[in-house]
Design a protein around this ligand. Structure first.
Ligand code: AMP
Length: 396
């Protein structure tokens, strides 16, 4: 079975062709600068990366360029388009309408459009990708896999905000959570590595990348997570502020003479470790600056670690215990120092880290010592494989 996985943004489109039964990536790449000029990156399995500059005025041309590359006589991985059994689309926000992935129908597109207000930067772009694929592959089933779906199991006490109840009733103002595909994938890997049933474990997943969130998974269900109505809430991130007193926003917006939209832009794009360090949103640049003695760079790293540890403690309380902690995404998978520093706050839980094992990068490894009361893992996430699996399961 061959699944095309699409993650479509407003001017970019990432893709992979995956055989989910063999867990094999046959080709991957991305289109960039859609609507500007156009750039296509294509890499077949075991082959060289090819970069071309086809004209990509809209997403339809971008999908067509991807399909052409996939079927190219010399470097393509498909003999014809008929080899694609289904397309799995990453859709960011499913609101309260979607607790699971689903085959895309016209009614469903309307339901996704109804969530556009909740994710104005992401959902419309995701749907443009769906429409472009439908146009070029009218007989191929399309599946939507939502970032929010995994968190629909959160109890009311976790997802309600302390705002007037009618805002929830009228506008669905509440916590939704994101990175659900990753939290689900990683928490399931934990159960496999533990050799225990998924529904018997209390696991905390720390997805630490440019976007970052922590999730409490109790008996196979998300019971709380740090991101909220949007991905702005929770941890300090690459450019996002995470938790903040809303009064601070009113205060600095007045002082800086910013509109509400401008203030939100500051919180989304100019804050986080970038805003604190003044160096970069990339943790590797910040770590380099901190090593050279840049105090603000060090502060941003310390704040990041502190907030991750604080939420792990909170979620251990929310679940009345924790069996396993897993680190994933760019930093979680690769950065031994961040993992070690987070865990050093968690000694009260009986956690001890094996420094040698913690040196791992990009591999599935138990990094806690054998006598650690809570098992700690580094686990690479694979959202594309998770989307391909969900898609295959639905169209079978
Ligand atoms: P992601 O959003 O999951 O792709 O993660 C991107 C972030 O992970 C960037 O800030 C990178 O600097 C960081 N990252 C990736 N590899 C490493 C590494 N080896 N050490 C430290 N940070 C890393």
């Amino acid at each position: 079975m061959k699944i095309l996985v699409i993650n479509c943004g407003s001017s970019s489109l990432k893709y992979q062709v995956i055989d989910p039964s063999k867990e094999e990536v046959l080709a991957k790449g991305l289109c960039e600068r859609i609507g500007i000029d156009g750039r296509l990156v294509y890499q077949p399995k075991g082959g060289e990366k090819e970069i071309t500059e086809p004209s990509l005025p809209t997403h339809t041309e971008a999908v067509q360029a991807v399909l052409d590359a996939l079927c190219n006589e010399k470097t393509g991985v498909l003999k014809s388009l008929s080899e694609i059994d289904a397309v799995g689309h990453r859709i960011v926000h499913g609101g309260e309408s979607f607790a699971n992935s689903a085959i895309i129908t016209e009614d469903m597109i309307k339901a996704i459009e109804a969530c556009n207000d909740l994710a104005p930067l992401h959902n419309p772009a995701n749907l443009i990708g769906v429409r472009a694929c439908q146009k070029l592959m009218p007989n191929v089933p399309m599946v939507a896999v939502f970032d929010t779906a995994f968190h629909q199991t959160m109890p009311e006490v976790a997802y309600m905000y302390g705002t007037p109840y009618e805002y929830y009733e009228k506008y669905k103002v509440r916590k939704y959570g994101f990175h659900g595909t990753s939290h689900s994938f990683v928490s399931q890997r934990v159960a496999v590595l533990e050799g225990k049933p998924y529904d018997s474990l209390k696991t905390i997943v720390c997805h630490l990348g440019n976007g970052a969130s922590v999730c409490a998974v109790k008996n196979g269900k998300s019971v709380d997570t740090t991101m909220g109505l949007s991905p702005l809430q929770g941890l300090l991130m690459g450019t996002r502020s995470g938790d903040i007193d809303p009064s601070a926003i009113e205060y600095f917006a007045k002082k800086e003479n910013l509109s509400f939209a401008e203030a939100m832009n500051v919180l989304n794009k100019k804050s986080g470790v970038l805003g604190i360090s003044g160096v970069s949103s990339d943790f590797r640049d910040i770590e380099a600056a901190a090593k050279e003695g840049n105090k603000r760079a060090q502060l941003s790293l310390d704040m990041f670690v502190y907030k991750v540890a604080k939420y792990v403690g909170a979620y251990a309380a929310a679940m009345n215990g924790v069996d396993c902690i897993a680190f994933t995404a760019g930093l979680g998978e690769n950065d031994a120092t961040t993992r070690k520093n987070v865990c050093s706050y968690l000694e009260f839980l009986g956690i001890t880290i094996d420094e040698e094992k913690n040196k791992t990068r990009g591999e599935e490894v138990k990094i806690s010592t054998d006598d650690s009361k809570v098992r700690v893992y580094a686990i690479p996430t694979n959202e594309e494989l998770a989307i391909a699996r969900e898609t295959a399961a639905l169209v079978k």
